[in-house]
Design a protein around this ligand. Structure first.
Ligand code: BG6
Length: 468
């Protein structure tokens, strides 16, 4: 079996993680520009001031992507470059940069797949309440429209938000992302509702512009599986899936919130301030979503919580490895002896990927799916000047194989984006955790070189995955 001709094989990045040029050409300050400089918040104080300097080196980077044969490049737009204070004046230099980036992709026939929000919020909006404030919703809708109008003639694939559960969860429960607030479920649920409203309004606006492209959202895809068939653990797993999957996918794809969660929010007084008009737009926009983007790295292995001591979470506790109790104390994720893990403790499970896709189809039907991120964070070995990232090849190959099974079963997957196109800044793990097909040499002028995985992926694309 081969991947169909219209199945996009690409790779991804995000503005803050690659661009650098944090204060150039009229760009406003983002929440990450500020947060990453607070001592202790990031790995060894790393930040995206320079990142891998994609802002200045995008031509070289796109050329390398073309050499790899990427059919599509998923990147995000930095909102503070376009509207520096969030909802005021437009910065022409910001528009110019993304025009150039898009045109450079198109020059090589690379399809630009654009994320509007991959976590770098204008700091001014953060200071006015960030995602808990409805001003940010209005501001996002304005910003989205500016992007549709400026780039929509050439960009036909739009993702509104990347991983709402991460920036809201780490922002308002774990305190590990901006605005660094801990244990505030009320704010957390308000922020998520505001994001879903902003998404829905952007979808409605995009469709009314009749640009004939597609629009959707990207979610974390981390299906929860019970560690055994103990009914208490199974109930805890159901709870995890309701809070981590249904809460995020239902409003977008079904147009309403899951009853199980809503009932508990009412009991706990965590219900967001939601108006009739907001709930209506969430409902009306749902059928207009063209696709859902899934970022899959690992599943969750879940059991009922038996940790009664509430401990202060460290940065490491927020980096995605299992071993934590849920914020509401109902369940915990566990590391299991019979599973395989990366150096950063993330489970490697292509079978969990396939099983999760089946669950998603059962719950949401035939919605079009793009895998918008999947990849291996590693410290890559260098032998004789070659970057021999064999474990990454194995990881991606196994996940592409799972996808072939999914497609053969009739699951509507239309594309795959490896994370990441080039090595980049990991928000909490610095530059040490590499993901790219393109190596960036931090000791040597940020020089680029295609890794073994990049050469391998080129062949996969040429053969349309036939030999996987
Ligand atoms: C996803 C994000 O959560 O995971 C990316 O969308 C991120 O921005 C990726 O880099 C990998 O996470 P980490 O923590 O390993 O860098």
């Amino acid at each position: 079996m081969k991947f169909a001709k219209d199945f996009l094989l690409g790779a991804a990045s995000a503005s803050y993680q690659v661009e650098g040029a944090w204060n150039e050409d009229g760009k406003g300050i983002s929440n990450w520009d500020v947060f990453s400089k607070i001592p202790g918040k990031t790995f060894e104080g790393t930040n995206g001031d320079v990142a891998v300097d994609h802002y200045h080196r995008y031509k070289e980077d796109i050329k390398l992507m073309a050499e790899i044969g990427l059919e599509s490049y998923r990147f995000s737009i930095a909102w503070p470059r376009i509207i520096p204070d969030g909802d005021g004046e437009i910065n022409p230099k910001g528009i110019e940069f993304y025009n150039n980036l898009i045109d450079e992709c198109l020059k090589y026939g690379i399809v630009p797949f654009v994320t509007l929000y991959h976590w770098d919020l204008p700091q001014n909006l953060e200071e006015c309440g960030g995602w808990t404030s409805k001003r940010t919703v209005d501001a996002f809708v304005k910003y989205a429209n500016v992007c549709f109008e400026a780039f929509g003639d050439r960009v036909k694939h739009w993702i509104t938000f990347n991983e709402t559960i991460v920036f809201c969860g780490l922002g308002y429960l774990a305190g590990a992302h901006p605005p660094g607030i801990k244990n505030d479920p009320k704010k957390y649920f308000q922020a998520t509702h505001n994001v879903f409203t902003a998404h829905a309004r952007a979808v409605e606006d995009y469709k009314s512009l009749r640009q004939f492209g597609e629009i959707g959202i990207t979610h974390v895809f981390s299906p929860a599986f019970s560690i055994d068939d103990n009914p208490e653990n199974e109930q805890a797993t159901y709870h995890a899936n309701q809070y981590n999957t249904a809460w995020y996918y239902d409003p977008v794809l079904k147009g309403q919130y899951p009853e199980y969660v809503v009932k508990q929010l009412i009991e706990k007084d965590w219900t967001p301030d939601w108006t009739e008009a907001e709930l209506n737009v969430i409902k009306s926009a749902a059928p207009k979503n063209d696709f859902v983007g899934l970022n899959y790295y690992q599943p969750q292995r879940v059991m009922k919580n038996d940790v009664f001591e509430v401990k202060e979470k460290s940065r490491e506790d927020s980096t995605g490895a299992p071993g934590n109790a849920s914020f509401d104390g109902v369940y915990k994720t566990v590391k299991m002896d019979d599973k395989v893990y990366t150096k950063w403790g993330w489970e490697i499970s292509p079978s969990g990927f396939l099983e999760g896709l089946r669950m998603l189809k059962a719950d949401y039907g035939d919605i079009k799916i793009y895998i918008t991120e999947n990849g291996l964070g590693d410290e890559d070995p260098i032998i004789d000047d070659e970057i021999v990232d064999v474990p990454r090849i194995k990881y991606i190959e196994e996940h592409l194989r799972a996808l072939k099974y999914a497609v053969a079963e009739g699951i509507n997957v239309k594309g795959y984006y490896a994370w990441s196109a080039m090595d980049l800044l990991s928000w909490l793990n610095g530059y040490k955790k590499q993901y790219g097909f393109i190596y960036v040499d931090h000791k040597n002028n940020l020089n680029r070189k295609i890794k073994l995985s990049g050469h391998w992926y080129k062949k996969v694309i040429e053969e349309r995955g036939e030999n996987i």
